[in-house]
Design a protein around this ligand. Structure first.
Ligand SMILES: Cc1ncc(COP(=O)(O)O)c(C=O)c1O
Length: 434
């Protein structure tokens, strides 16, 4: 079995002597509203985050009433809460009753603890660094590790024993609960069928570790064709039987991302792990669902800017890098201070739209790093300082409309996850209804 990802050398700490509690994280700093002079901003509606959690819980309850296993909801807020701000999302979701939270990285788990989150936090990526300080930080911050490699077991039990001794305790250390990841077809992380038995043998040799849960991840839960998800679920059931036959009794099983938790009641198991749905974006609005209740989700993020300049072009004049757009009529162009360095994808050049006064206006020319031009010829009386909505809804003097992350993604062949996590750190996040 491969142990390539893990350093077999059990160094007590980093060469510079730092230890778990002092693990230093280098975090790129996001623009803070208090320091922001710029008008471009993301507005995060925390009331919508709470609403989405309640909706998801209501969906799980409806499916349970129809015969599914009653499932808890553990929202996934990795990648800075999908660009919404992990600390704000974590504390909001915990207060609103989330049973637990999931992140990808150790650093993300520590950030939640530092923000005051107390509920269980699952670190799904399973990578805790080359040195023992990462493992110590994991244990000290009471984060729940995902494991899938015998080398991780060795290192985790060593860290557990070491910390126990460091704290001056004697006797056996209290056991550390772990979640075991099974690869049922995603093919990126987790134990494959042929590696399960040797792993379980190794687990028997580590009394410091307690197998609390089994998990897997679906590859095609948003596909209208249910076949792959059904096959993965069947493989997960078979793996569960083998784990039990080896003498373990994991009480928890989880598998479902947003698409699976909304579409496959039989896959909800002990808890679901919705990410995109928790921030109000349906992962697959067109795929059929067998859920007992439809989730009424509310997008939590709006991205806004303002008109900072206006100019009138004659027919035939071209604008922007490469002069990729030429006026086919006398045209009024508005410039907004948001570009691809802010997360407005350059692929939206000459095909994206924004909202001004509640009405759509097309992006004209190439999106540049800091600025984008909008053709506002058909919107009367546009003025400097008018609000421009790049993502989300707007109600204005000419009407009401919405540009969803789904629509934006479809326009340029991306997925909503990319559009949302792509809003960069130079865009300050303003929180509503904290
Ligand atoms: C293991 C795991 N579970 C759950 C999720 C949540 O996925 P989604 O945002 O589609 O709900 C992810 C995200 O990619 C994931 O990697």
């Amino acid at each position: 079995m491969s142990t390539a990802a893990f350093d077999p050398d059990e160094r007590p700490s980093r060469p510079d002597g730092r230890r778990g509690g002092s693990l230093r994280m280098v975090r790129p700093r996001r623009a803070a509203p208090s320091e922001a002079a710029r008008v471009t901003r993301a507005e995060i509606n925390l009331a919508h985050v709470r609403h989405n959690l309640h909706e998801l819980r209501a969906c799980m309850a409806a499916d349970a009433a129809a015969g599914a296993t009653p499932a808890e909801v553990w929202p996934v807020i990795k990648a800075d809460g999908y660009g919404h701000g992990a600390s704000a999302l974590g504390t909001t979701l915990e207060r609103a009753g989330a049973d637990g939270l999931c992140v990808a990285l150790l650093e993300e788990g520590i950030e939640l603890r530092q923000a005051g989150v107390r509920c269980p936090v699952l670190v799904m990526g399973g990578y805790y660094g080359r040195y023992r300080d990462g493992l110590e930080a994991l244990v000290e911050h009471d984060l729940t590790p995902v494991v899938y490699d015998p080398a991780q077991l060795e290192r985790l039990s060593t860290a557990t024993r070491y910390l126990h001794r460091e704290r001056g305790r004697t006797g056996a250390p209290p056991s550390l609960g772990v979640h075991l990841k099974i690869d049922t077809g995603m093919g990126r992380l987790g134990l494959r069928s042929e590696t399960l038995d040797p792993f379980l043998d190794a687990l028997h040799r580590h009394p410091e570790l307690r197998l609390d849960a089994l998990m897997t991840h679906f590859a095609c839960a948003d596909d209208p064709d249910e076949e792959v998800t059904r096959a993965q679920l069947a493989a997960f059931d078979r793996a569960t039987e083998r784990v039990k036959a080896a003498g373990f009794q994991p009480k928890i099983r989880h598998a479902s991302n947003s698409a699976a938790c909304l579409r496959f009641p039989e896959a909800q198991l002990s808890f679901v792990r919705p990410g995109i749905a928790a921030i109000g974006v349906h992962p697959c609005p067109d795929a059929p669902s067998r859920g007992a209740r439809e989730a009424n989700l509310r997008p939590a993020m709006r991205v806004l800017s303002e008109v900072v300049a206006l100019r009138d072009l004659k027919k035939g004049e071209s604008i922007g890098y490469g002069h990729s757009w030429t006026a086919s009529r006398p045209t009024r162009i508005a410039t907004i201070p948001m570009g691809y360095a802010d997360g407005l994808d350059r692929a939206l050049s000459n095909c994206g739209e924004v909202l001004i006064a509640g009405r759509r206006a097309p992006i004209a020319g190439t999106v540049s790093m800091d600025l984008t031009m909008i053709d506002v010829t058909d919107i009367p009386d546009v003025a400097v300082r008018d609000e421009v909505v790049v993502l989300g809804s707007q109600k204005g003097r000419l009407g009401e409309d919405v540009i969803t992350a789904y629509e934006m993604a479809q326009t340029i062949g991306r997925i909503p996850w990319e559009c949302l996590t792509g809003i960069s750190r130079r865009v300050p996040r303003y929180y509503r209804h904290p």
